[in-house]
Design a protein around this ligand. Structure first.
Ligand SMILES: [Zn+2]
Length: 298
């Protein structure tokens, strides 16, 4: 693992998110968990070498941040925003998170097969949140403060974890550092607001959800990526391109690689990002037209 500051450790080179932990004088705080089973077990052992794990905080509900919770049963409180709790490993029509976790095993963690649960076994106790909050939350442990800032956008329950004593913030997927951004069902306007909120923090280091550790300067790049996607799809809609045509022609594949282990998802990311924005813009247009005619029109 990479030691980022005196008490902060992160792992940016695994398939999945950047699971991390902070060592305090009163125990350890985990931020997200490794998606791959053997990596989760190994990281737990390593973290517990510094003291008991008192809190496990999940920054969002996407599978790459929460599946590994299963291997952290019996630690202290599992702290989740209501939006993470409500969507925790929920199967949606376009994404089955359990199947996605299973799919990574043969290629990325063959030894993990032996400790990969079957679906019923998993859902019986996936180690979901035990301390659930709305808005922001501040935790104190030992000499450390953990400000959990609700920063929705990438997901509704997104949180950033600001640790002033380490002059560092964990942003989760509000920041994709030097790798492809997954928009999926994000709210881009909120996401830009989240970046602005994080930008105001007094920190030296930013631990992103994916990619290498970075600084506040990168937030401007992340904002530009979001706004470029929005502008490109808005222009496609303005030209009258269909959903299929937009998916085919709007792509930022040449901008960054996909984060480790998921290169095969490049086309999926590009088409899903384009389609989700196209749906949003054309829906907004339909809704605006409906409401303006309901109000009698201009
Ligand atoms: Zn992620």
């Amino acid at each position: 693992m990479e030691q980022v500051t005196a008490n902060v450790f992160t792992e940016t080179r695994l398939r999945g998110c950047n699971p991390s932990y902070v060592v305090t004088t009163a125990g350890v705080v985990m931020i997200d968990t490794p998606q791959l089973p053997t990596k989760a077990v190994a990281m737990r052992k390593q973290a517990e070498g510094h003291g008991p794990i008192r809190f496990l905080i999940n920054t969002e509900h996407h599978v790459d941040h929460i599946f590994g919770n299963y291997y952290f049963k019996g630690v202290g409180e599992v702290v989740q925003h209501q939006g993470v709790f409500d969507n925790f490993m929920v199967v949606f029509p376009d994404l089955d998170p359990f199947a996605y976790a299973a799919e990574a095993i043969p290629t990325d963690d063959p030894d993990g097969a032996a400790i990969f649960p079957d679906r019923d076994e998993y859902y019986a106790d996936p180690n979901k949140g035990t301390a659930v909050f709305t808005g922001d939350l501040t935790l104190r442990l030992g000499g450390h403060t953990f400000h959990l800032l609700h920063t929705p956008g990438h997901t509704p329950g997104q949180v950033a974890v600001y640790v002033p004593e380490e002059r560092l913030v964990f942003t989760g997927d509000t920041v994709f550092s030097e790798c492809q951004t997954w928009l999926m069902s994000s709210n881009v306007n909120q996401w830009v607001g989240a970046l602005d909120r994080v930008r105001d923090l007094d920190v030296d280091r930013v631990v992103p959800g994916h990619g290498p550790v970075t600084t506040l300067r990168y937030l401007d790049t992340q904002k530009a990526v979001l706004l470029e996607w929005v502008a490109a799809v808005a222009a496609a809609v303005a030209k009258g391109w269909s959903r299929a045509e937009t998916m085919k022609r709007v792509s930022f594949a040449d901008r960054y690689p996909v984060d480790i282990g998921q290169g095969y998802m490049m086309d999926h990311i590009q088409t899903l990002n384009a389609a989700s924005l196209w749906d949003k813009f054309t829906n907004e247009r339909a809704t605006a037209t409906a409401s303006s005619s309901a109000a009698g029109g201009p």
